[in-house]
Ligand binder design. Structure first.
Ligand code: ASP
Length: 414
């Protein structure tokens, strides 16, 4: 009996999650709608557990991360490297999308009829200045209560910087407090992760049962364009960045991060996946806590390559369908706003769709265009979220390597 138990315990989490996905697809196909109440309850319970961890995890990890970085010079260097990576990788993703959408031209000649219309007045249309305003919390506690990640991160960075500047005695107390808080949140995370295969099963069964094949007919080419762009970025651009800038094997890194990547795929939420991303980065990929606790929470909110690529392709597609020829200048605006929209998008399902308003408004495209792409968004969201998390993981590896913060013993033993 205990031998069987030992045998099952040795199976890696990724394999369990994979089994969860396969059983989820099968259950969704075989039992369909009648099973939805049960499977969606299982999936929702798992998501609630993950969400329970997010705010306290970010609060403790960023603050202790900034404290761990030490001097403000170190923080400045790390911050600059992090931002440089985020912007570079997102721009590469957007340009990949722009090239593909111009080559394939999925919206030209397609006789798409508006299947679902969106009441544009209901969309919370973010503007660029809103984005900047949202970063500074008027009340940090209310940001925490509402789960507004960007202002929480801002507050934690400031908190970490100023804790390191107070009297030694007080600094020690607070630093111990945040490190201890982070330790306990990671312990809770490890516990929650045990339920991942089951949660993933529930989420996938629900999606399979509720998504029909028909929707792909009219939007097929658009779907393929976004998918091709995402897959190219996933399997060519990001691995090349890892090889060229860190000299590390992207394949091994992919294996180390696979549990987080599969969870991102099924939950469609970078934020909900964050606990797993941090766990895999530290315990499988050998990235030091100092780097991962700063770069990953920030990346889960700010660095979204998949979303950026999607924003660009979707905006161009909508322009093509409406027969609007976007000039070079307008395409440049699409690139810049797609980047900003991806930075501003929250790490939650379909956030990218909402942020489309920024891009469409910037180039004067009708907001109703969002109705065109609505139908296939669920599936694309899964792939772009996994791409987002993969990019965060690659960035963390590259930065850790450049800072000498990679533990090869852990890395090679996992
Ligand atoms: N769901 C994505 C994420 O959490 C954001 C998006 O909708 O593009 O990363």
């Amino acid at each position: 009996m205990s031998k069987t138990f030992d045998y099952f315990r040795k199976i890696p989490l990724t394999v369990w999650i994979f089994i969860g996905i396969i059983f989820g697809v099968l259950a969704g196909l075989i039992f369909g709608q009648p099973l939805v109440p049960v499977t969606s309850a299982i999936g929702d319970l798992f998501l609630r557990l993950l969400k329970m961890v997010i705010v306290p995890l970010i609060f403790t990890s960023i603050t202790s991360g900034v404290l761990g970085i030490g001097t403000s010079r170190n923080l400045g260097r790390l911050g600059l490297k992090t931002i440089a990576y985020y912007v570079t990788s997102s721009l590469i993703a957007i340009l990949t999308g722009l090239i593909l959408v111009n080559l394939i031209q999925p919206g030209i000649g397609s006789n798409i009829v508006l299947e679902s219309t969106v009441d544009a007045s209901n969309l919370s249309s973010g503007s660029l200045s809103d984005l900047l305003y949202r970063i500074i919390p008027v009340n940090p506690l209310s940001s925490m209560v509402n789960g507004d990640i960007l202002p929480i991160i801002f507050f934690c960075i400031i908190l970490g910087i100023f804790i390191s500047r107070i009297q030694e005695h007080y600094r020690q107390i607070l630093s111990d407090f945040f490190h201890a808080g982070f330790e306990v949140m990671m312990k809770i995370t490890r516990f929650v992760i045990l339920f991942a295969p089951l949660g993933v099963f529930g989420l996938v069964a629900k999606i399979t049962a509720t998504t029909g094949i028909e929707i792909f007919k009219s939007l097929g080419l658009y779907f393929i364009t976004v998918l091709a762009g995402l897959l190219f970025h996933y399997s060519v651009s990001l691995p090349l960045l890892v090889i060229l800038t860190a000299g590390e094997s992207p394949w091994r890194h992919l294996k180390n991060m696979s549990a987080a990547l599969l969870t991102a795929f099924t939950t469609s939420s970078s934020s909900a996946t964050l606990p797993l991303t941090m766990e895999c980065a530290e315990n499988n990929a050998g990235i030091s806590n100092k780097i991962s606790s700063f770069v990953l929470p920030l990346g889960a909110t700010v660095n979204m390559d998949g979303t950026a690529l999607y924003e660009c392709v979707a905006a161009m597609f909508i322009a093509q369908v409406y027969g609007i020829d976007l000039s070079f200048g307008a395409q440049f605006t699409v690139v810049i706003t797609a980047l900003l929209a991806s930075i501003g998008a929250a790490g939650i399902p379909m956030a990218g769709l909402v942020m489309m308003t920024i891009v469409l408004k910037a180039v004067g495209l009708p907001l109703e265009g969002i109705g065109l792409i609505l139908a296939v968004d669920r599936i694309l969201d899964m792939v772009r979220t996994s791409t987002n998390v993969w990019s965060d993981s690659c960035g963390t590896l590259i930065i850790a390597k450049s800072e000498g913060e990679l533990n090869n013993v852990i890395r090679n033993s996992s």
